[in-house]
Design a binder for this molecule. Sequence first.
Ligand SMILES: C[S@@+](CC[C@H](N)C(=O)[O-])C[C@H]1O[C@@H](n2cnc3c(N)ncnc32)[C@H](O)[C@@H]1O
Length: 270
Amino acid sequence: MPDPDFVSPYDAIATLYHRAWDDWYLPAVCPALERLFFSELASGARLLDACCGSGHVTRELVHRGFNVTGLDSSASLIAHARQELPDATFVVGDVRDCSFPKPFDGALSTFDSLNHLLTNDDLRAAFRCVRLALRAGAPFFFDMNLEEAYELDLGEWMKYEREGCLGFTRGIYSRATHRARTEIVWFELQGAPVKRDRAFIAPAPNRNQEGTDSLWRRRDAVVEEQCYTVDEIDEALRKAGFSRIDRFSALEAGVSHSIGYGRVFIRAFA
Ligand SMILES: C[S@@+](CC[C@H](N)C(=O)[O-])C[C@H]1O[C@@H](n2cnc3c(N)ncnc32)[C@H](O)[C@@H]1O
């Protein structure tokens, strides 16, 4: 059950997440959203974007004229989303323990957000909250990573660079516990450079002609995900009251990008 003292690991890396992963997932997955989710919705439908992050997918929903509420447990990611998308409503909250005053016409949860729920009970609680937030018959669309995707985690560091940001991530997966752990270390260039007295400081590669240093602030985060089987996901959806559950591989969903490897797309109706 939700921990009242919970601090999202995404808070520490919100700027990196917002900048470094903004143009990666959505373009690859848009055909699946078109084909399997938007096609089920009337124009101007009220949508819940559960675990919306800083709004990379929410942005697409707003641009398409939907009336969107985004929910995420990271206050820092929500702050980015609010700044970029003033026409959407954003709530800081836990998908396992949320409720809304008016029913939605559809809900989605993208980019393996639901793998961040670490037990079957948590997954079921989240599905139940989403089902209760939907009007009868409304679609819920989401994707989750399966074991093939986590088995790509080889413990090697990958580098991400954006202006003023340098980040490194590595994923480690335990086949015994089905738990994946992504370590993130990143550096953000801080404000104005600091002037040094050149007489006492030897030249260094990051010191410029005026004798100023660039200051980089380091942040660390660990994000954990749990790998579920399709049967476990199915059972959790049914126990939460969803019916007509459609399951699609990435290729069936129209996702040919490598981001679809080991990813399952699911549409269930409330
Ligand atoms: C990989 S990100 C995906 C964000 C967004 N859906 C996207 O497509 O860019 C996973 C998100 O799930 C959120 N999250 C994880 N556990 C959550 C929970 N229990 N309740 C709400 N949000 C959660 C994280 O804060 C993070 O923003």
